[in-house]
Design a protein around this ligand. Structure first.
Ligand code: FAD
Length: 507
């Protein structure tokens, strides 16, 4: 147990994680009883990437009571309906992992009905039964309730400028009395008996004391690792990419409502469209490709003029063994990193914030609070891990040493079991608490070409006429929703364009 009542909370780091934590805690705890201080160093700066999100961010915005159009405008955001995966299964392959489900679940997941349809000769294009996929193909977007309040919701997330997002949340937090201190932390003081952290000293000599510290200091993990030596679980044997080179480029016309992930020689390239520019990056493994070659390849494959010099970022996939250690809780890159393939890092920050709120100590920190937080966070990381590995493992590519390695690498038993179950019966064995549900597993595994051999027997109980009628209605319904949406860029222009977007459009 950590002695002392928690009143002074100190957040180390002003990247996405630090300002998300500050905004959420200032909203939920308030600053009457608690004091909230955030320390960041302009000299060190932030990682400066992290632009694609998943739909759970909507819950975060709702918790903060943020006006969504204002948020979109101020972060130069665009809307995201899913991820298009090019060349992943084989050169030339193309599939879409949408947010939201396929069709309408009846007594079992709709994908089992689709299997019956497909095995009887129906089209292999399961995207026809998902409005997000169809809208993405047409470059369309709208919040459905604005078109028809009775229409089913279309699930979406955002692409945004990470540095503008941090600034946006900073304004939000400072308006709620979060104190910001600028300066580099050069010394960390621990209680000689308990080992808990008691204060931080900045380069200018200023000392900041605290009862609870949230380490959002990025990959270095200033408190959680450099001070408390919490240990790191390295997952690079399954997720071998360990470098990314990133560069923004000029926007091309037509903002796509999706992220594009294109498999390359030794990894994959992202393309993330914002209102005023496009974010690009090549995530790769340096055992198969040098940093210089990856940079050259990325620069040759941009669809607009580069706006900055390319920047290489090094990382090791995995997580801290203890994410809450003593009176320090790690969030963001300080807690671990699972590579950006499914845009899960910002979600994991959100998850850590929600767990901290759930287990927030009334007085002293207890072992059970720490233990529960650590268990939940390790589960959250673990659950995303298998889904990411599945993208690599199920490739049929052997055309480069990297892809041959991925195809033949060992995978965790949990994933092996899941892949076998999916291949046999379309059962991806998703637990209710998992982030990625059946629809996501189906989209990715079937998209990668791993088509299940059979489906749930209850599906065959439906008479053929009714079956055909229902499938036609679901397909028409999905197409109807997509067709009702306006062009994505036109929608942004009408509802939430930033001044920079207007400037770029009129240039
Ligand atoms: P940082 O941005 O590194 O911030 C660290 C902060 O700590 C800075 O303010 C720094 O000044 C401060 N600091 C450090 N040391 C000190 C010190 N001694 N004194 C004072 N201050 C200090 N996530 C997604 O969800 N979607 C994506 O598409 C995505 N893409 C990514 C692509 C790449 C290549 C990488 C590497 C990450 C990506 N991420 C993505 C992850 C995302 O970038 C991070 O989760 C997010 O930005 C949070 O970063 P952070 O705040 O933890 O760290």
């Amino acid at each position: 147990m950590t002695a002392g009542i928690i009143r002074n909370i100190v957040i180390v780091g002003g990247g996405t994680a630090g300002w998300m934590a500050a905004a959420a805690l200032s909203k939920v705890l308030g600053t009457q009883k608690y004091s909230l201080t955030l320390i960041e160093s302009d000299e060190i700066g932030t990682v400066g990437v992290g632009e694609a999100t998943i739909p759970t961010i909507q819950e975060f915005n709702r918790m903060l009571e943020i006006d969504e159009n204002l948020f979109v405008k101020e972060t130069n955001a665009s809307f995201k309906l899913g991820i298009r995966f090019l060349n992943w299964s084989a050169p030339g392959s193309d599939y879409f992992h949408p947010f939201g489900v396929f069709g309408v679940d009846m007594n079992v997941n709709f994908t089992h009905y689709w299997m019956r349809y497909h095995l009887a000769g129906g089209s292999a294009d399961f995207g026809q039964f998902n409005p997000q996929t169809l809208a993405a193909r047409l470059n369309r977007f709208s919040r459905m309730h604005e078109i028809n309040p009775r229409a089913p919701a279309v699930n979406y997330a955002f692409h945004f400028d990470a540095s503008l997002y941090a600034k946006f949340l900073r304004r939000y937090s400072e308006a709620r009395d979060v104190i910001r201190r600028e300066g580099k932390i050069t010394h960390v003081t621990q209680d000689p008996n308990s080992g808990d952290i008691t204060s931080l000293t900045l380069e200018n000599g200023q000392t900041i004391t605290g009862d609870l510290f949230i380490d959002c200091s990025g990959f270095r993990g200033l408190l959680i690792e450099q001070t408390l030596k919490s240990g790191y679980e390295d997952w690079s044997r399954w997720l071998p990419c360990n470098r990314a080179v990133a560069v923004p480029c000029d926007k091309v016309s037509g903002i796509t409502p999706f992220t594009t992930s294109t498999a390359r020689e030794a990894g994959w390239q992202w393309r993330i469209p914002l209102q005023h520019r496009t974010g690009n990056g090549y995530v790769f493994c340096d055992s198969f490709l040098s940093e210089d070659t990856a940079t050259d390849h990325l620069m040759q494959r941009l669809d607009g003029q580069p706006q900055a010099d390319p920047r290489v970022i090094r990382f090791v996939t995995g997580h801290r063994k203890k994410q809450w250690n003593h009176n320090v809780i790690a969030m963001g890159l300080a807690s671990g990193f699972l590579e950006p393939l499914e845009s899960t890092s910002i979600h994991l920050v959100q998850e850590a914030i929600m767990k901290l709120i759930k287990y927030f100590p009334r007085d002293n920190i207890t072992d059970s609070q720490r233990g529960s937080f650590n268990r939940d966070m390790l589960f959250a990381y673990d659950d995303v891990k298998d889904f990411l590995i599945a993208h690599y493992k199920t490739t049929t590519r052997e055309d480069t040493p990297f892809w041959a390695h991925c195809r033949h690498m060992d995978i965790p038993d949990s994933l092996q079991f899941r892949l076998e179950s999916f291949a046999q019966h379309n059962q991806s064995l998703v637990q209710p608490t998992e982030l990625f549900k059946e629809a996501s597993w189906f989209a990715v595994l079937a998209g990668q070409g791993l088509m299940p051999k059979s489906y749930h027997p209850v599906v065959d109980l439906m008479p053929e006429d009714e079956f055909r009628w229902r499938m036609d209605r679901v397909r028409e319904g999905s197409a109807g929703l997509a067709n009702a949406m306006p062009d994505h860029e036109a929608y942004i222009t009408r509802t939430c364009a930033s001044p920079q977007m207007v400037q770029v459009q009129s240039a």
